[in-house]
Design a protein around this ligand. Structure first.
Ligand code: DLL
Length: 432
């Protein structure tokens, strides 16, 4: 099956008709049902009738994570909890979690979106999918689960963790698709290596990896260590969960399901919409969701859009693989730094592992960035001189990429904590 449904290669004109119609309806709905939006639109002097075309979207206000937090838990819902059939929440590192609610139709939509993205990723009903995303309040596990079942794929709902068992079942059941975070995929590969399970012992062919930023270099490692095609899947709970965008076999940008999630790119500082091709913050409007419809939600994820038809024939707009967020950007001595830049450097060196930790501190009023780097076992030496020379080379490579001085600390193989879910790469000890 090449496409899951006809929308995927709809003509641009027809697509605009569908999107505009849905946008008009959405604005009427939120105005009537969500006091938060009614107030915002009233303040701006906008009536739902003023929104007719897609270009009118720019008149509408943004919604932020803070708005969701301020209205915790259900304040932005457009339905009463009687009509909400499921809640999910994202934990968030600080403050209250962000709670999202789904109506029955939202769950059906989500299921459809995930099924469509799975087909785009190359999965079919003949596959066995091992879902190693966490089940629970996190949207990963259950989101994939419903979509994969709808497609008729055989689902193994193993959830995250229990790594040896994952590998055992992968072997015994012959799982062909692995769904988990990229950092967990690497960890699985590491444990396989330890217990001497080889890729030939498995039937894996595709990994559907997402929920955290990962670089092209990380993709190369995962593809070679697990002997799979590593497909990038993007989504966020506020918008629906997994199923917002995914790569096809060509791996040249992620196809956004723009019949339901309408994308814009803005300058994160000014809020101005940027032209296609320019990099900025992704903003998404949920065109059809019932439980928690959101106008112009600021994702904080940085990417750019490409409207060219893909080699696969899909006309869904593509977003570039997203390797950073506005809020994981570190400002160190005035220089903007993304963890992904360091990841890329480490993955280009054969002696280092893609497991790293960035520790930022302020010492005597000066920002200091320390990079903990794990050395690959064969290169870990007892010779101080060898280690010093390696450390100097790593330092040099990182500094020439970042343009600032860093400290490098080499750590023994397998000392940096592994994760079953999203990796935590930064510890910022500075107090602002
Ligand atoms: O991570 C949903 C998901 C589950 C997506 C499984 C893909 C697979 P949240 O926990 O709300 O939802 O986190 C959303 O994670 O704003 C991005 O910053 C990041 N993120 C998600 N997918 C990707 C990706 C899920 N493919 C936040 N690449 C988003 C980069 C990603 N970052």
């Amino acid at each position: 099956m090449r496409y899951y449904d006809a929308y995927e290669n709809l003509s641009v004109e027809d697509k605009i008709t569908v999107q505009s119609e849905r946008l008009r309806k959405l604005v009427h709905t939120v105005y009537q049902k969500v006091p938060f939006y009614r107030k915002k639109l009233d303040q701006l002097g906008i009536k739902p009738e003023d929104i007719n075309e897609l270009s009118d979207l720019q008149k509408l206000p943004f919604t932020t994570k803070q708005d969701l937090r301020n209205n915790y838990p259900f304040g932005l819902f457009a339905l009463s909890t009687d009509d909400i059939v499921r809640l999910h929440a994202s934990s968030g590192t600080t403050g209250r979690p962000t709670v999202v609610g789904y109506s029955h139709a939202d769950i059906q939509l989500w299921t459809h979106m995930v099924a469509r993205t799975l087909v785009c990723a190359g999965v079919s009903r003949n596959d066995l999918i091992q879902i190693a995303y966490g089940y629970g309040l996190f949207t990963g596990g259950l989101g994939f689960h419903y979509g994969a079942e709808k497609l008729g794929t055989t689902v193994i709902p193993i959830s995250g963790g229990n790594t040896r068992r994952q590998i055992q079942l992968m072997q015994d059941f012959g799982s062909t698709v692995l769904a988990c975070t990229p950092s967990y995929a690497l960890f699985l590969a590491e444990v396989m290596d330890e217990i001497k399970v080889h890729t030939e012992d498995l039937s894996l062919r595709i990994g559907i990896l997402g929920a955290e930023p990962w670089t092209e270099n990380m993709r190369k490692q995962i593809e070679s260590k697990l002997n799979i095609k590593a497909i990038d899947m993007y989504g966020l709970s506020e918008i629906i969960g997994p199923g917002v965008a995914v790569e096809c076999e060509h791996q040249q940008g992620l196809h956004i399901n723009d019949d339901h999630f309408f994308p814009e790119i803005i300058d994160p500082d000014s809020g101005q919409v940027l032209p296609d091709g320019e990099k900025g913050e992704l903003v998404l409007t949920t065109l059809t969701k019932e439980g928690l419809p959101l106008l112009r939600y600021r994702t904080r994820d940085l990417t750019r859009l490409n409207r060219e038809r893909c080699k696969c024939g899909r006309t869904l707009v593509r977003m570039e693989k997203c390797t950073g967020r506005t809020d994981d950007m570190l400002i160190i001595r005035g220089v903007n730094i993304f963890p992904s830049q360091i990841e890329s450097v480490l993955l280009e060196m054969r002696e280092t592992q893609p497991h790293y930790l960035l520790i930022v501190d302020r010492i005597n009023n000066l920002d200091v960035l320390e990079v903990w780097v794990e050395i690959d076992s064969p290169f870990f030496s007892d010779e101080i001189r060898e280690l010093e020379s390696l450390s100097a080379r790593i330092k040099n490579n990182i500094e020439s990429t970042l343009g600032i001085g860093v400290k490098v600390k080499l750590v023994e193989p397998k000392t940096i904590e592994r994760t079953e879910g999203k990796a935590k790469r930064v510890i910022d000890k500075r107090t602002f």
